[in-house]
Design a protein around this ligand. Structure first.
Ligand code: ATP
Ligand code: MG
Ligand code: MG
Length: 548
């Protein structure tokens, strides 16, 4: 992987190595297994892994599985697959839940030091007594319990003697701190729930703010990179490391999370789209998940380049989705074969072409990469063209087929439209054209010019194919507090059409990628393509107004 441009976290690591503050860099990617990874996670993955790679350090994959109600092994498996697919190898793979015993012991240490207590306030009371930014909080009546009493209650919490929510363990810090996170935050809660890894061994679970610094310290993480919302949690992170007497001293650094236009980027919202069947699963090609992007046809290279180029900032912003599209086009341009596919077919009979005759024409596979060679495509009396490449009454500047007009068939001949056939509903169902043998592609014919070049597929050998065309899943990126984001789901995000592709496409495999002339880049759908049914997902169209 290519380390690419500089960023402020890289500068910190460079300084820390130079000053001897650390002698090796250890990072981690710490997903909670409560959903599939999305493009925002990809940014964090690239940042953590590429940072360690560049300085010959290590990166752990750590499942931050401290919330049994929402977590599942299905998510664990998908996360592993996605990280590998993006091209990264972790050094260690860990589960936060493997550290529960150690975390418990550190909590006991806090109690013994008089730094934690068991509190019985109801959540509502606790919130009220925590105060506000302008008003200091009130101390809990349970705050001054003896160490013995706290040890006893905490042990009984673990044994399962209390119900969910009856008691919590809180840090004893400062109820008048200007930082709300320091006003005696909750460290442990009771939850009698089955955990995907530890089963029913535990009924108390550590809170993120307590668990995360301990996980980092246990693994010897040096630079713990998280998103900006956690900036205000940093004093608590440091407090936990200090008061729990952890040997390792990880430091937390925050960067701006990735937001992309016309999409939602939280696992909770993505899960809602799946559960309410707005999409066909987490890997629906319209989803901003890694698995969705993969199924759509995005490559790991394009995603990594995107993550690198958008940079690592300290202030939040929204990246235009067109930038992601730009990088997939760039990645595929020289790599994938060009081909022709007719999405909405209209039959054309070339009336002066001999019946029963088929000739093979040479066509460059990729004019921008001639090394890819030549393919052969059949041509005969009957072909398909695109319905909108014909107009009975064309507007000016329409240079495609209309009665009396001549166009170039890509890789073949000039054809001239002489007549058309309508069905009983008045729809044009067939064109009658003549071709000029002199105009064969590659023959240097230049006695006359035509303005339009259109694509086509020979009719008798054409392979039927389904094309799935996508638009953004979310219509309006403007988040409106009053409205659920579900009201912004684009009802037209998927269009399915049945067309034809060249006969040489018969044996394509899942994830093969092509540029269809004049249409865009497409991926062979890995789920719904069968021996009899080819399905192509639109990765990205050719046109883009986006300029770097
Ligand atoms: P979500 O709200 O989507 O569930 P999360 O932060 O709760 O995201 P985690 O599984 O906890 O998801 O995230 C794992 C790592 O990925 C964290 O370090 C988190 O900061 C990072 N991450 C998550 N979303 C983004 C994003 N949009 N941009 C950059 N990093 C992100
Ligand atoms: Mg999280
Ligand atoms: Mg979350």
């Amino acid at each position: 992987t290519n380390p690419g441009t500089s960023n402020f976290i890289k500068n910190i690591v460079t300084d820390d190595l130079q000053s001897g503050k650390v002698d090796t860099v250890v990072t981690r990617f710490p997903p909670e297994p409560n959903g599939y990874l999305h493009i925002g996670h990809a940014k964090s993955i690239c940042l953590n892994f590429e940072l360690a790679d560049e300085f010959k350090g290590k990166t752990n994959l750590r499942f931050d599985d401290t919330n049994p109600l929402k977590e599942d092994v299905e998510y664990v498996e998908s996360i592993k697959e996605d990280v590998k697919w993006l091209g990264f190898e972790w050094d260690g793979m860990f589960f936060a839940s493997d550290y529960f015993e150690e975390m418990y012991n550190r909590a006991v240490l806090l109690i013994k030091k008089g730094k934690a207590y068991v509190c019985e306030l109801m959540p509502e009371q606790m919130r009220e007594m925590r105060g506000t930014l302008t008003e200091s909080g009130k101390e809990s009546p349970y705050r001054n319990r003896t160490v013995e009493e706290n040890l006893d209650l905490f042990e009984r919490m673990r044994k399962g003697e209390f119900k969910d929510g009856e008691k919590v363990l809180r840090a004893k810090i400062d109820m008048s701190s200007p930082n709300m996170n320091m006003r005696d935050p909750v460290l442990y809660r009771i939850s009698h729930a089955e955990h995907h890894n530890t089963g029913d061994k535990w009924c108390i679970y550590p809170m993120y703010d307590f668990a995360h610094p301990l996980e980092d310290a246990i693994e010897g993480v040096t630079h713990s990179i998280c998103t900006l919302e956690f900036e205000d949690h940093r004093p608590l992170y440091d407090w936990v490391i200090e008061e729990c007497e952890m040997e390792a001293r990880p430091r937390q650094y925050e960067f701006a999370r990735l937001n992309v236009t016309n999409t939602v980027m939280s696992k909770r919202k993505l899960k809602l789209l799946v559960d309410e069947k707005h999409v066909d699963g987490w890997d629906d090609p319209r989803m901003p998940t890694i698995s969705g992007l993969r199924r759509r046809g995005y490559t790991p290279e394009a995603i990594r380049t995107f993550c690198r180029e958008i940079g690592v900032a300290r202030s939040n912003s929204t990246v235009d989705e067109k930038l992601l599209e730009h990088f997939i086009r760039e990645d595929l341009k020289l790599k994938v074969p060009r081909t022709m596919g007719v999405l909405r077919p209209l039959k054309v009979v070339i009336t002066n072409y001999p019946e029963g005759q088929v000739e093979m024409l040479d066509a460059e596979i990729n004019p921008e990469n001639p090394e890819m060679g030549i393919r052969q495509i059949p041509f005969s009396r009957e072909i398909y063209v695109e319905q909108d490449d014909f107009m009975e009454v064309p507007p000016s500047k329409y240079h495609r087929l209309f009665p009396g007009n001549e166009v170039r068939l890509k890789h073949a001949y000039f054809i001239k439209c002489n007549d058309f056939v309508k069905d009983e509903n008045g729809n044009v169902v067939e064109l009658h054209c003549t071709y000029d043998p002199e105009t064969k592609s590659g023959s240097d014919f230049n006695a006359r010019k035509v303005k339009g070049t259109i694509h086509w597929v020979e009719a008798t050998q054409a392979v039927p194919a389904e094309f799935r065309l996508y638009e953004p899943l979310i219509l309006d990126e403007q988040e409106d507090e009053e409205k659920s984001f579900l009201e912004n789901v684009n009802p037209n995000s998927l269009e399915v059409v049945q067309g034809f592709v060249e006969p040489n496409m018969k044996d394509v495999k899942a994830h093969d990628k092509f540029q269809f002339f004049r249409h865009g880049y497409f991926n062979v759908d890995p789920k719904d393509t069968t021996a009899d049914e080819l399905v192509f997902n639109l990765i990205v169209s050719l046109k883009s107004s986006f300029k770097l």
